[in-house]
Design a protein around this ligand. Structure first.
Ligand code: NAD
Length: 503
């Protein structure tokens, strides 16, 4: 923010930037400098109610708009977002702390899903069966739910709101977003672009807030479905709350993603992949690799040499500086949490090969930086292994053989992503089939599926039964109605008292 000014942000309701009325605000920081750059209003229950009522009113006409016309607006939005990509990426980096090229990736991965959702006219087609009985046809249709809510995390402020908004809106719903209060500017830019693309007022709404606004959405009788992404304890509590209120819910949580490195793997390739996947975005990705599992002592020793050499050369720095490989963590609290997790690892007996605590960047002494941190000889009982750290910390856990390596991610509480590096097709195939994790990479470090497949973790990484994006998103954001029809000319027999069987 130029001149150290603190900007006051708004909500976005009914197609307008709407100032908050609660008198409560959250501070938004530039994590590279540690300075407050904006204040985000925290909505009251009444403000949430007004936003939902507005969305409900707008949704009826939107649902009645033919899906191809709806899809055209999504297309215009994608074009506008691409035209504004530099502005969005810079705003994202300023509040999140990831580098600008990484912010472009955040936006692009979101737009991929909006592009997929432009297929709504096809994706919303129902089924039809002719003559299931004499003169009787059956067909099904997918209808929008009404008003749906998205509650999203700080780490992908463009991508995850768009993963939800794209399919929800394309399917004819009104979408109310409660973004993270840490980096709320990008969702507000997206809201302005949706309006500019021609989306009717009230179909994409942003209510900023904290627990009060989330509870207000969960309790609101006109919110039909809740899509959440964030940490596991909150994901679980939101899933339970939504279920109690009879709402459809999909809630995605935290992760501890492993990469298995077999003795036959190309170790340079595996080390490069690990460095990017562990330290990119300062490890603040739900698909970051935080555990490396080399198989056999020889593989482990060779891999450790390569990792140590590469990780010690990484450049962390301000998010807008081109030379930075990764930026600061999102908040002072995150830095403190990550540094205390490192201390716990040391106390538990893990071998600290690189220590990122006390990291300093000249001219940015108050930034929330943690340097690359590498642990060797971590064991499954240690907290550094069991808990999500969400920082630039890579733990190496040595496995004796393939079976032991397979057991680790399979037994772990989380089950988001996992990957294996090997040159052996049979090993890779067995691993992919047996491992108890939702998304698997083979010689691919961050196996985030493309937009037309679905994204979702297992076990404590996901609550609910449908994944994000891909065809599942259209199932989640629509309800199926099945119609059995017979026209009067076909009714000749009079009343029937026997259960209809179609024969
Ligand atoms: P978070 O759980 O702190 O916050 C997520 C959202 O929930 C935010 O909008 C926040 O305002 C809201 N929230 C926070 N506390 C709440 C409470 N007590 N009651 C109601 N709402 C509350 O998560 P975060 O720190 O923003 O994001 C990081 C986490 O998200 C990590 O655990 C990461 O693994 C996870 N994540 C998961 C996925 C996935 O697809 N599985 C993707 C991205 C991030």
């Amino acid at each position: 923010m130029a001149g150290g000014q603190v900007q006051e942000l708004t909500h976005f309701v009914g197609g307008r930037e709407t100032p908050g009325t609660s008198g409560r605000f959250g501070d938004v920081y530039d994590p590279s400098t540690g300075r407050v750059t904006a204040r985000v209003p925290l909505a009251t229950t009444d403000e949430v109610d007004a936003a939902v009522r507005n969305a409900k009113e707008a949704q009826k006409a939107w649902a009645a708009t033919n899906p191809q016309k709806r899809a055209r607006i999504l297309g215009k939005f994608v074009n506008l977002a691409n035209e504004h990509a530099d502005e969005i990426a810079e705003a994202l980096s300023r509040e999140h702390g990831k580098t600008v090229p990484d912010s472009h990736g955040d936006l692009q991965r979101g737009l991929d899903v909006v592009e997929f959702a432009m297929g709504a006219p096809h994706l919303l087609k129902g089924e039809f069966s002719d003559s299931v009985g004499t003169g009787i046809d059956v067909y099904s249709m997918r209808q929008p739910l009404g008003v749906v809510a998205g509650i999203t995390p700080f780490n992908f402020p463009a991508m995850i709101p768009l993963w939800k908004a794209g399919p929800a809106i394309a399917a004819g719903n009104a979408f109310v977003l409660k973004p993270s209060e840490r980096d709320p500017s990008v969702p507000l830019i997206l809201a302005r672009l949706w309006k500019e693309a021609g989306l009717p007022d009230g179909i994409f709404t942003v209510v900023n807030g904290d627990k009060e606004s989330v509870d207000a959405l969960l309790d609101h009788p006109d919110i039909e479905a809740v899509g959440f992404v964030g940490s596991t304890p909150i994901a679980q509590s939101i899933y339970e709350h939504a279920a109690r209120k009879g709402k459809r819910a999909q809630c995605f949580g935290g992760a501890k993603n492993h990469m298995i490195i077999m003795p036959d793997a190309d170790l340079d390739q595996a080390a490069d992949a690990l460095i990017g996947a562990a330290f990119g975005s300062a490890g603040e990705r739900c698909m970051a690799i935080s555990v490396a599992v080399p198989v056999g002592e020889k593989t482990a020793d060779a891999l450790m040499d390569k990792l140590t050499e590469r990780a010690s050369k990484l450049r962390f720095g301000p998010s807008l500086e081109e030379s930075s490989d990764f930026g600061p963590l999102v908040s002072a609290a995150a830095k403190e949490r990550v540094e205390s997790a490192i201390a716990q690892g040391v106390e538990a007996g893990a071998e600290l090969v690189l220590d990122g605590r006390g990291a300093r960047v000249d001219g940015h002494e108050d930034g929330f930086f943690v340097g690359p941190t590498l642990f060797d000889r971590v064991t499954p009982d240690m907290d550094v292994y069991r808990e999500e750290i969400f920082g630039p910390v890579l733990s190496v856990l040595r496995a004796a053989d393939f079976e032991e390596a397979l057991e680790l991610p399979t037994r772990h509480e989380y089950g988001n992503g996992v990957s294996i590096f090997t040159r052996d097709g049979d090993t890779a195939r067995e691993f992919a089939r047996q491992v108890d994790v939702g998304m698997v990479g083979v010689n691919v470090p961050i196996p985030v599926p493309i937009a037309y497949y679905t994204f979702g973790g297992w076990k404590a990484s996901g609550f609910g039964d449908l994944n994000q994006h891909g065809p599942d998103a259209f199932r989640f954001y629509t309800k199926t109605k099945t119609v059995t029809q017979r026209w009067p000319s076909g009714i000749k027999e009079g009343a029937s008292f026997v259960m209809p069987t179609g024969n």
